[in-house]
Design a binder for this molecule. Structure first.
Ligand code: ADP
Length: 243
């Protein structure tokens, strides 16, 4: 599933958060957004989730316009997009299994049996088969994040948005969550757009890295280029501060 931003601008008051932004995510590719805090990365993911609208410009998903577009078209496009948040946002009063079956049953119209079969496969994939009946609060942060990833996949998205998914995890739990995401990146054809502070992860899974600063793309390219031989001083500065 491909995504194209054309001349997208977003302001909050007199603060320009995205400044005439153009970029494309090719179908099946894995693109990572890096850059300092406040540079506009999360706003891009929120636009794709239709939680925020641009002030101007166009966004298309597989050639269908997501903005500007009629509400019905937006809903259709939205169904193909899954998101995993920094704070896992699991339903606290439902079991892990039910967290994974709820939306597939109510939104996609799967039968309960179909949804449960799929949910158990996904729990196996993220290594949590034995937690199906537990409430999320009984799990570690890393386990909760793996449930959140499985829950996003249960909706069979063609496009997965990941917003700093390891930032809220204790350091020793980060690796497990990243391993699951690596498996998804390698084992599926889901297009991925990630915001991350994990530069090794970005290097490992990305086809393309976009370096942001103040609502603009400073530099973009394959990870070998951006991390080993960046063109721009701003990129070098940022990488030397975080690596
Ligand atoms: P990043 O993900 O790169 O840290 P964000 O996209 O979260 O950056 O934010 C970019 C800028 O937009 C920040 O300065 C942030 O304060 C501002 N911003 C984001 N959402 C809102 C909002 N709802 N109202 C006002 N300012 C916002």
């Amino acid at each position: 599933m491909s995504v194209e931003f054309t001349d997208v601008t977003k302001r909050f008051g007199d603060h320009t958060v995205l400044d005439h932004l153009d970029f494309t995510v090719k179908a099946g590719s894995h693109v990572t957004l890096i850059g300092p805090s406040g540079s506009g990365k999360t706003t891009i993911l929120r636009m794709l989730m239709t939680l925020t609208k641009p002030d101007s410009g166009t966004i298309t998903v597989d050639g269908d316009q997501l903005f500007p577009a009629p509400e019905k078209q937006v809903r259709e496009v939205r169904k193909k997009i899954g998101m995993v948040f920094q704070q896992f946002n699991l339903f606290p009063n439902m079991s892990v299994l039910r967290n994974l079956t709820e939306a597939p049953v109510t939104v996609l119209g799967l039968s309960k049996d179909e949804a449960e079969e799929r949910a158990r496969e996904l729990l196996e994939m993220v290594g949590l088969t034995d937690k199906a009946d537990a409430k999320p609060s009984r799990l570690s942060g890393g386990q909760q994040q793996r449930v959140a990833i499985a829950r996003a996949l249960a909706m069979r998205p063609q496009f997965l948005l990941l917003d700093e998914v390891t930032s809220a995890l204790d350091p020793e739990l980060v690796a497990g969550a990243l391993d699951v995401l690596r498996d998804i990146a390698r084992g599926t054809d889901i297009t991925m757009l990630c915001v991350t502070h994990e530069m090794n992860f970005a290097r490992d899974i990305s086809d393309q890295v976009l370096m942001f600063d103040a609502g603009r793309i400073v530099e973009s390219g394959p990870p070998e280029k951006i991390f080993n031989d960046p063109e721009e001083e701003r990129t070098r500065e940022f990488l030397s501060a975080v690596l």
